[in-house]
Design a binder for this molecule. Structure first.
Ligand SMILES: Nc1ncnc2c1ncn2[C@@H]1O[C@H](COP(=O)(O)OP(=O)(O)OP(=O)(O)O)[C@@H](O)[C@H]1O
Length: 802
């Protein structure tokens, strides 16, 4: 046995030389084993402990292609301390072993690491493994001094669960309690978005950096809108002759245009001072003067307000931090030893500056990973040159860094990857902003084959139905461009009798249990509004016994016949007596307990399914009805929890609740619906490509591929940085009035190329999510001349690799 603390790599040409007892010993003492041999390890893996370790990735076995010159060789490498780099090259080229990942995981150098690597090459996996390495090697490393920045909250949750799962695997195999302690520590480790990190950072370091103790980070969305209105009015008084030209335009349209401009400035974190110097160019209607006046006044007043209220928006914080160059590291209190950043390609300019600022000031080791070809957040200010900026900033600060790239792809089947490589290379001929050369090629690491690959076909309803019928029990995702298309596809698929899991954010307050609960409240606050009463009657709280035929036959213009009709079905009256005795929340809770709306819903939903799709799979329909019932209950419980949190147990009246809920339903787009995760493998996932980033599925379907890349919006804004000076280009279309300023005319051409580049990167992300095959709606040959929509860039895999 050797002294390794974290891992042992064994290369033994003959598997007979491997002793299972030795491997067991390594694993049971928490050391990961890489085993490489010429032979099939099947027999060895019959050992139950080794089998389990293999499953849990503590034992990685790779079969190496035979080469006589290595026949006599054997090697034991402890904790990545490599003497013979040639051997690793040989193993890398002749097995699934990945030298790049191995070196990054076990890196000892003190400098920073920048990893640019294609899809599915194990960037996320390597980061988790590196944390394991650091923790095993440095006994005193507290995971709380490791910071992991991810791009979205979902990615953060995903990363934390992967880390915890890894630690649990170690515990399961070793039964060493230290792993339980590490799991607890990992629970405290910061894993989150750059915005939530900035918030946490402010709490600890704010005062030292000159921010007041009560400084808070919040959003100023509503104030911004109010101020825009104020300064439009003021402009109309001060410059009536210009305003006159826009008087007939609805106010909300003008406001929207200004919001679009301010959002762009915000995305790029342009400082207040720089906005003071911003150029708006000129247009034929003189709107540039209007915009200059309103935007500069709004930003100035907002800045004053933030100073008085001692608040910041996140972009202010980041732009102010980046300017604190002279701060000494001794003044900082947070302990950060390692800083990991995932999806680095999607950081914007000020975020990249903040990250290099952190690396320099805290003296921590930065490990930034990403893929320029997957940069898809340009609309939010992300800049695909972020890596370049980071490198320049590190160099200016005399920081040493090493660059790595990874090319072996573990996700997709070889057939698919070979086709995709050819396709991506073809794109470079028609898309200027999508560079793809030999170093970008994805090298298949999987051996298992799936011959389907990339399939282009006309995906009309009949074809889609055929595909879904074939694949619905597999891991399938339908990927589309926008949230609107998610809903369109869910509708289309559910009308075919299949079930979907739609990933759309912020829909909690518009979900069925919330809407029906609102109708229940309205039943008491406005019992005589016929429309609401009828909807309530149809809801899971109502009897739902009144048919349209009955309504029509009872019609009379003289009386409010509908209320009379409904009265015969209504048994809510008795609850009204309880009003005076109990609180509104208690009455509503009693109704829920008695009616059990989730069960009523399940029964009705199931019956509906049976009658709509009598030939459908009964078992699947039953499963779906149960899943929907559970979700109904989970979300209703959550609503009650929110209400109690807002009002306490007793004090709210029905009217208070109605007001609270109607505002939430109209405005809240941040709360997500709860979904069940188990027993729903019959559901087809439908999501946008943005949501699918970082995820993988066996099959990817892309039925909507014909949306044009360039869509003229009501207001298009381009922000141009020109030698420390910002210029704002705009194109405005308000229906009966259209104009563009000179900057827009000047830069629209290059902006168009950038937009196409972004759409093509989206398609790259979508296609590389699949493990086995991709089905796309397209003709079998791509358009060799132009790329106006995704289908122009797609073709059948068979055409690609002959
Ligand atoms: N060395 C390896 N051996 C076997 N499987 C691996 C290895 N590295 C990664 N994988 C697997 O390959 C898949 C892709 O890995 P991962 O998600 O880490 O890649 P990624 O580079 O972050 O991908 P993307 O950028 O496309 O989101 C995962 O299923 C992962 O478990």
């Amino acid at each position: 046995m050797n002294e390794a603390k974290y891992s042992v790599l064994l290369f033994l040409s003959d598997i007979q030389q491997v002793r299972a007892s030795e491997l067991r010993q390594y694993i049971q003492s928490g050391r990961k084993v890489y085993l490489l041999t010429f032979d099939d390890p099947e027999e060895l893996l019959e050992d139950p402990i080794l089998h389990e370790a293999h499953k849990k990735e503590l034992l990685q076995v790779s079969v190496v292609r035979y080469a006589p010159e290595w026949e006599q060789a054997w090697a034991v490498i402890e904790d990545g301390k490599v003497n013979d780099s040639q051997l690793l090259d040989y193993l890398d080229q002749n097995s699934a072993f990945n030298k790049g990942q191995y070196e990054l995981e076990h890196a000892y150098d003190r400098g920073h690491y920048i990893v640019k690597a294609g899809a599915g090459t194990g960037k996320t996996t390597t980061m988790i493994n590196r944390i394991m390495f650091l923790k095993h090697m440095q006994g005193d490393l507290d995971l709380r001094s490791v910071v992991m920045i991810t791009f979205t909250n979902e990615a953060a949750a995903n990363m934390r669960s992967k880390l915890l799962e890894k630690l649990k695997n170690y515990y399961d195999l070793t039964k060493d309690k230290k792993y339980l302690e590490w799991m607890e520590e990992a629970g405290w480790m910061f894993i989150g978005t750059i915005h939530s990190f900035a918030r946490e950072f402010l709490v600890t370091e704010g005062q030292t950096l000159g921010f007041s103790r009560s400084m808070e980070v919040r959003s100023y969305k509503h104030e911004r809108r109010r101020l825009i209105e104020k300064y439009i009015d003021q402009f109309s008084v001060e410059c009536p002759e210009i305003y006159e030209r826009f008087r007939h335009i609805p106010h909300y349209q003008i406001i929207r245009s200004f919001i679009a401009m301010i959002e762009q400035l915000h995305n790029k974190s342009v400082s207040v001072e720089a906005i003071g110097q911003l150029h708006f160019g000129a247009d034929s209607h003189g709107f540039h003067e209007f915009a200059d006046y309103v935007i500069k006044h709004v930003i100035r007043e907002l800045d004053e307000q933030k100073k008085t209220e001692e608040t910041l928006e996140i972009s202010d914080l980041i732009s102010r931090l980046a300017s604190l160059k002279n701060l000494s590291s001794d003044q900082l209190r947070l302990s950060i030893r390692y800083l990991f950043v995932d999806e680095f390609q999607d950081t914007d300019e000020s975020q990249a500056a903040f990250i290099s600022w952190l690396a320099e000031k805290y003296g921590c080791q930065l490990f930034a990973v990403g893929d320029v070809k997957q940069s898809i957040y340009r609309f939010r200010g992300a800049d695909y040159t972020a890596f370049l900026q980071l490198q320049q900033q590190l160099e200016t600060a005399n920081q040493v860094y090493k660059e790595y790239s990874l090319q072996k792809n573990y996700r997709s089947a070889p057939t698919l990857l070979t086709q995709l490589n050819v396709l991506f290379q073809k794109w470079t001929k028609i898309v200027e902003k999508f560079p793809f050369d030999d170093t970008d090629k994805l090298i298949p690491a999987q051996e298992e084959s799936c011959e389907e690959g990339l399939v282009a076909l006309d995906m009309d309803d009949a074809t889609l139905k055929y595909l879904l019928r074939r694949l619905y029990r597999e891991d399938v995702a339908v990927l589309v461009r926008s949230n609107r298309e998610v809903l369109e596809m869910v509708d289309r698929i559910e009308n075919m009798g299949f079930f979907c899991e739609a990933a759309v954010s912020g829909t909690f307050y518009r979900s069925l249990p919330v809407r029906e609960f609102y109708l229940l409240i309205r039943r008491f606050t406005h019992p005589y509004v016929p429309k609401d009463r009828y909807l309530f009657h149809q809801s899971s709280y109502g009897e739902n016994g009144l048919t349209i035929a009955k309504v029509l036959s009872a019609y009379t213009p003289e009386t409010s016949f509908i209320l009379d009709l409904l009265q015969t079905f209504d048994n809510m009256g008795r609850w009204e007596c309880e009003w005076n005795m109990s609180s509104a929340i208690a009455v509503l809770q009693n109704i829920i307990d008695e009616v059990r709306p989730h069960e009523v819903f399940r029964l009705r939903y199931y019956n509906q399914l049976r009658s709509r799709f009598p030939d459908g799979d009964v078992e699947m329909q039953r499963k779906e009805a149960i899943a929907k019932m559970k979700e109904y209950k989970m979300n209703l419980d959550r609503l009650i929890f929110f209400i109690k949190k807002e009002f306490g147990d007793f004090h709210a009246s029905f009217y208070d609740l109605e007001k609270f809920l109607s505002i939430k339903m109209a405005t809240d787009t941040s709360e997500n619906e709860r979904k069940v995760t188990s027993d729903v493998n019959h559901r087809i996932k439908v999501m946008t490509v943005h949501k699918a980033k970082g995820l993988e599925f066996d099959y990817v379907l892309m039925p909507l591929t014909r949306h044009p890349f360039i869509k003229q919006g009501k207001t298009d804004v381009i922000l141009i940085s020109d030698r420390a000076q910002w210029k704002l280009g705009y194109s405005i279309d308000w229906g009966d009035m259209e104009f563009k300023n000179n900057y827009y005319n000047e830069y629209a051409g290059s902006e168009k190329k950038e937009m196409i580049g972004e759409e093509v990167r989206l398609l790259y992300v979508a296609l590389t999510r699949a493990r086995k095959a991709v089905y796309v709606n397209s003709s079998s040959q791509m358009n060799p001349y132009q790329a106006q929509c995704w289908s122009d860039l797609l073709e059948s895999g068979e055409m690609l690799v002959v």
